[in-house]
Design a protein around this ligand. Sequence first.
Ligand code: FES
Ligand code: FES
Length: 151
Amino acid sequence: MKITFMLNDRKVTWDALPGESLLDFLRRHHVVSVKKGCDGSTCGVCTVLMNHKPVLACTVLAMRCTGEHIHTVEGLADEVEKISEAFGIEGADQCGFCNPGIALSLYALKRENSNAEASEIRQYLEGHLCRCSGYQAQVKAALRYIGGGQS
Ligand code: FES
Ligand code: FES
């Protein structure tokens, strides 16, 4: 069936398969910044923004995004650049597999609370697993991004 929704501020109409997850749906339509990890709601790499809130795309049916606003990193280039810069400065960049999902959550957090402190950042990023880091550098990078350049 065809569904129409807003993807990165652009109206799209794409076909969805019966029972298809938003994750598989986006990737099948070449939105491959949305990563597939556990496919079972435990790793966070499939995070996208639905109406500006982070959701796990592997747990949402594609049909649920009818009429909704979905954002991925492709649609937030300016913010993603700032986040990447903060990650680079703080040495938080490693394999990068978890980065798109974390970037979207950090952007959502900054919209919600531009004064977020380290403990709030840790709490907000709780569902994001990273196999490479000890999270410390990521939290420092998040503080730098949310604080507009200061960690
Ligand atoms: S792939 Fe969705 S949480 Fe892991
Ligand atoms: S940087 Fe490799 S999984 Fe996070």
